[in-house]
Design a binder for this molecule. Sequence first.
Ligand code: ADE
Ligand code: ZN
Length: 324
Amino acid sequence: MQTFIENMPKAELHLHIEGTFEPELMFEIAQRNGIELPFADVEALRKAYDFRRLQDFLDIYYQGMNVLREEQDYYDLTWAYITKIHSENVLHTEIFFDPQGHTARDVPFETAVNGIHRALVDGKEKLGISFGLIMCILRHLDADDAMATLEQGFLHKDKIIGLGLDSSELGHPPEKFTDVFVRAKAEGFVIVAHAGEEGPPEYVYQALDLLKVDRIDHGNRALEDDALTQRIADEGMALTVCPLSNLKLCVVEDLAAHPIKEMLHAGLKATINSDDPAYFGGYMNANFLQLAEAVDLSKADVITLARNGFESTFLPDADKQVLL
Ligand code: ADE
Ligand code: ZN
């Protein structure tokens, strides 16, 4: 199974570029920017990656991205991710970035987007990895800040294909941002949102009905509602599932308890993704392999999950067909 997964072509659809920040690179960039990290060394930082819930992780994730200041920092971060997935036979990736995590620290929007995008273009030209770049709104901040951030994103439509919603889910329902997402869709952005990771099925309904999402990020808790599950299946709406993230953030108690088989049996278009691989202990191959071993997936199941990934990209149909 390991060789099978390693050799299998894969598409990644749920990946926060700031969540690929490996401790070694974080210390290197901190040093060159003259920033002191509140950890003695790489080991001390890795030891802090012990989370009981999403917020525990987010606190350390925002602290980590704090060392990113210059366009080259964003380039280096993204290039490290691209070379990693190249070694794992990932042919296409649609990645998120969190502009407000940078602009709130007075790093200009364009510094982040230009550095990330330049590395993605190099990945396409040098390694043949196609990509999409999606800006995410931090849902713990207010709707006015989100709208102002979206306006900045519109200045980079040549680089950004869509809008997503991430950060602290509980207490920040999708409806808080309805106007922002309606505006984004009207301007031609594709729409995704984290929903049903920690939040209730109601948040998934809101993502569908109010934000008009084209994919649901996570979506685990949709399974608690049969009518909702049926609707997502009927609409052929993809779920970007993140097994190791679910484990590390205690969305599931144990990988063996992961609901991926229930999702497939319910006819849901589930895909496998790594979310924040530097923090959760594995990139695409590790997510596929550890999940397959934990719940005893067949090779046919693994192929279905990988094919769902390619079918659910935001590539134009002609380009999608080439990958399929
Ligand atoms: N930001 C980065 N990773 C996230 C996740 N899994 N859920 C919500 N916000 C995030
Ligand atoms: Zn995520």
